[in-house]
Design a protein around this ligand. Structure first.
Ligand code: NAD
Length: 489
């Protein structure tokens, strides 16, 4: 399935200076499924040097934008040619159910990459108006200016484990579309997906050093933030590591983009389509076993329909088919690791101790192997408790009630995070007004548009992050803007 499990630096595959390897654990079996090369400080140094060279003297940043777009398009083609291998790698590394991998993990991000292929063709120069400017001596001066979009330079891209292909595309796409060069460090849990992506980059024919992939943990990640040759750090991961990334990058004043955690609220008004709301609520538990940053894990339900919602959600959650992610009939797989399972179980214990009502789940299924936990629903959750305030990153729903719209918005905003959100209501206008009052980067009304097109920006308020991915805002985050003023007469 995967031929290359080495590092990809400066257009060549390498075992790394020390030849170290790390195990890739299949979370559904707890077995070592493969090994992958791990980079050291020396490998990281080589990758950054290659990216710097490719930026400073290579053809990439100054390449004609049509040619650059074509190369990015070839990258998309090469990724599409590897869909089967990528799907198998994602299921093996993350435990994602195979039924969800193609549509959610692969095809949606590939559509985002297509958007970046288009964006790469956009003119990088905008002409601003000519002006006649009076001077103190009574003469005048004719002049104008142009605004030029340029790449920032060398990008360190550091990603999380839960949607490895999507997260890597979300950084490579805009960074490359703007003419930056990239050192990508995937999560230590997901080197196989990243190796396939490096293989696709090699086949697409990017100049050496434009795309580099170095596996490693916090040591390599830290160097990618502190190295003065790096211009921009784009990070997706937890709030705690995001804060460390910002601190590491601060002394050299790098631009820092952070896509961090969330504790998003779904508001279900009394006039809502209850079935549709329950389906989204189910998704927040089941999707990637609850390991999703923008999942609406706080379910705020109007008191008049609260009991119906809780029992309806619990019924759907009990029907989740938990099991082998390679089996196409499985709807929910394992968590990523034993440590993550323990963390989730700690939340369950705390929620019980805090007086929340356990409606279903809360334990481990009776499986011989795998980092599985039961999908779980807690009702009567107080928004001040740990379950409501901290990111679980596991299949645990926190359901609570409200009496009016103001109270719902107050609870939704009573969070350090601000990533996603949802409102269900028959009154779409009222829901739109409420969406305006929620302090998060995205709000879905009645299930949203049903898609995540490339032009919809994504990112967080508050401790959910800095900057935006996708859309024009995403391109701006990977660009410098230069104003060139000229004298015309
Ligand atoms: P994590 O923060 O533990 O690790 C993320 C990455 O940071 C990994 O590649 C890791 O090796 C690296 N890293 C660790 N220490 C570092 C350091 N000191 N300097 C630089 N890099 C370092 O996150 P995770 O457990 O892989 O992923 C889960 C988290 O990611 C959740 O909080 C989730 O909400 C978040 N996430 C956010 C988004 C988003 O778009 N907002 C998307 C997916 C995941």
């Amino acid at each position: 399935m995967i031929d290359k499990t080495q590092l990809y630096i400066d257009g060549t595959w390498t075992d790394g200076v020390e030849g170290r390897r790390m195990p890739v654990i299949n979370p559904a079996t707890e077995e070592e499924a493969a090994t992958a090369a791990v980079g050291t400080a020396a490998d990281c140094d080589r990758a950054i040097a290659a990216a710097r060279r490719a930026f400073d003297s290579g053809p990439w940043p100054t390449m004609n934008r049509i040619e650059r777009s074509e190369l990015l398009g070839r990258f998309a083609d090469e990724l599409r040619a590897r869909l089967d291998s990528l799907a198998a790698a994602i299921t093996l590394e993350t435990g994602a159910p195979s039924a969800t991998v193609r549509p959610v993990h692969l095809l949606a991000p590939l559509a985002h990459l297509d958007y970046y292929v288009e964006q790469a063709r956009a003119p990088e120069v905008t002409t601003l108006p000519l002006q006649v400017n009076p001077r103190p001596d009574g003469t005048s001066w004719l002049g104008g200016s142009a605004q030029v979009r340029e790449p920032v330079g060398v990008v360190s891209a550091i990603t999380a484990y839960n949607f490895p292909f999507h997260l890597n595309v979300a950084k490579l796409g805009p960074a490359l579309a703007c003419g930056n060069t990239v050192v990508l460090k995937p999560s230590p849990n997901t080197p196989l997906t990243a190796a396939l992506m490096a293989e696709a980059a090699e086949a697409a024919g990017f100049p050496p050093g434009v795309v580099n992939v170095v596996n490693g943990g916090a040591d390599v990640g830290a160097l990618m933030c502190t190295d003065p040759r790096v211009d921009l750090v784009s990070f997706t991961g937890s709030e705690a590591v995001g804060a460390a990334v910002a601190a590491q990058a601060a002394p050299t004043i790098k631009r820092v983009l952070l896509e961090l955690g969330g504790k998003s609220a779904m508001i279900v008004r009394s006039d809502a389509d209850l079935g549709a709301a329950i389906t989204m609520g189910l998704g927040s538990v089941m999707t990637q076993s609850g390991q999703g940053c923008a999942l609406t894990t706080r379910h705020l339900v109007h008191a008049d329909i609260y009991d119906d919602y809780v029992s309806g959600l619990a019924d759907r959650v009990r029907a989740i088919r938990l099991g082998d992610p390679a089996d196409p009939s499985t709807s929910m797989g394992p968590l990523i690791s034993a440590a993550q399972r323990e963390k989730v179980e700690g939340f369950v214990d705390d929620a019980r101790a805090a007086g929340s009502t356990l409606v279903t789940g809360g334990g481990r299924p009776d499986f011989a192997r795998g980092f599985f936990v039961e999908p779980t629903v807690f009702a009567d959750v107080d928004n001040s408790t740990r379950l409501a305030q901290e990111e679980v990153f596991g299949p645990v729903a926190a359901v609570m009630s409200f009496r009016d719209d103001d109270e719902a918005i107050a609870i939704a905003n009573d969070s350090n995070y601000g990533l996603g959100g949802a409102i269900f209501s028959a009154d779409a206008g009222r829901a739109f007004e409420m969406a305006r009052r929620i302090r998060t980067g995205q709000v879905h009304i009645n299930g949203g548009s049903g898609a995540s097109p490339g032009w919809d920006p994504f990112g967080g308020y508050k401790r959910s992050g800095l900057g935006r991915e996708l859309g024009e805002a995403g391109i701006a985050d990977y660009s410098e803007i230069k104003t060139i003023k000229y004298h015309a007469g």
